[in-house]
Design a binder for this molecule. Sequence first.
Ligand code: HEC
Length: 453
Amino acid sequence: MSTPRSPSPWPRAHRALPLLLGLLGCGAEGEKDVSGDEDEQVADGGGAADGGAPTTDLTWHQDIAPIFSQSCEGCHGATGGGGGLDLSTPERAAEWALPIAAAVEARRMPPWTAADDCNSYQGDFSLSAEDRAKVVEWARAGAPAGDPATAAALPPAYTPPVLDRVDLQLELPVEYTPDPGQPDDYRCFLVDWPWAEDAWVTGTHIRPTNEAIAHHVITFLIPPEDVATYEALDAADAAPGYPCYGGPGGDIDSLQTMRWLGAWAPGGGAAVYPEGTGLRVRPGSKLVQQMHYNTLGGPGADRTVMDLRVETTPQGWADIQPWTDVRWVLGVGMDIPANTEGVSHEFRYRAGAGDRFAFHNAALHMHTMGVSASLHVEHADGSETCLLREDSWDFNWQRTYALTTPVNVTPGDEIVLRCTWDNESDQNAAWGEGTGDEMCLATTYITDSWPED
Ligand code: HEC
C-alpha cells in the first residue's frame, strides 16, 4: 500500500491540525527548581512516635534501590539527566530525602501522568500505590541505607527504548547556544531531508546533546511544496534558525499540510512505529526541529540529533492524527469564562461507513488552565475503551503514551475527547496560541485496523 490515504475522521481541510501542537512547547512560566524547598510540607510525616523522628524498617539496600532502579534511574542516573539530580546511590538519595518524599507523595515524580485504570502502556515507569507508600515512609524516616551485604537483587533498570537500527541521522544545522538572558528560548531549525526517493519513517529517536538545557523538542515534517515558506522565515532572522513559539511558523496553507514526526521530553527514548507501518516522506521535504531550551539548566550549547529508522519499500499506511473540534479552533464553542472553575468541553466524532483504523498511542494537550482530560472510544456495541486519561494535568509533563494493545475503531464507534479547566484569571479564555489561551487536543498514531491478536 504505497499511497497514503485518509480514514477521514475529519473533513479534509481540517485534517492537518498537528501544527497546533507546536503549542506543546513547554510553558514559559518557569521550572520547578530542584533545590529541595519542599521540606515544610513533609515535616510531619507518618511514623513519628511521641513527636520523635519518624522511624522505619525499610532501607535503601533492601527495599528502595529496586524501586528506584525501575522508576527513577532512567532519568536520575549517574549522568544526572533529570534536572541534574543523581539518585543512584544511597548517599545522594538520603541528601534528597525530604524533596523525594514530597515529590513522590504528590505524584509529581516519577512524571507519569496517565491514570492507572485507563489502559496499559509500553515502558510504564509509574509507581504502584504500595511502592509509593514505601518510598515516602523510608524518605521521611531519614532514608536509612541498611546493609549492603544483604542487598536485594535489582530488577532490570528501566531505560528508555532505543532503535534497533539507525538508517539516517539528522542533526541541527549548527551548534546553538540559547540566549542566557532569558529562561526560555524557543527556536526552530530547518533540517534538509537528504533522500531522493520516497521513504517511510518507521521509528524516531530525538537526542539532545545537552539534556541540561533541552526541555522539549518537536519535529515537524514539511512537504516539498511548502518548504519555501519556512526558508523565508529562516532567512528573515540573522541568527541560526528562527524564533517560534506556537509551532513551526508558516502560513495557514502550509500549516494544513505539515505533520508531526516526533517529539522528545526528559526521559524520552525512541518511538518505534508498529511493524509494517510508517510515515511517508517525499523527496525535497524538510524537517523543522522546534527546540525549547531552558537556560536554568546552566549555560551551554546543544546540537540535537534525530536518529531515524527508514524504509524505502512502501509501508502500511499510518498517520499522526489530531482530534479536536474544528469549531473550537475557529473560536466557537470552547469558552472558558473568567473566574470559573471546572469548565468542561467535549468533542465527539462518530466513525462513518469507511472509518476503520487502529489507535496505537495517544497524547493529550491543553495549556496551564487544564485540570484533567481524556480520550476514549464508545464502541457501537455499548462497550468503552479508555485510551488516555490525565486526572491532574501537568503542562510540563506532556508525554505520548504508547498502548500495549492497539484499539480498533469500526463504523458506528464514537471517539470522545473531554477537557476540564480552572480559569482563575479575570479574562475569558478560548482556543488560541498565547499563554493566556487554551487548547483541547489529542494526537494519535493510527494505522489501518489491526488484527485482534
Ligand atoms: C522521565 C524522567 C524522570 C523520572 C522517571 C523521574 N524523574 Fe524526578 N525529575 C525529572 C526531571 C527532569 C526533574 C527536574 C525538575 C522538573 O523538570 O520537574 C526531576 C526532579 C526531581 C526532584 C526534585 C524536584 C521536585 O519535583 O521535587 C525529585 C526529588 C525527583 N525528581 C525525584 C524522583 C524520584 C524519587 C523518582 C522515581 C520514583 C523520579 N524522580 C523519577 C525527571 C524524572
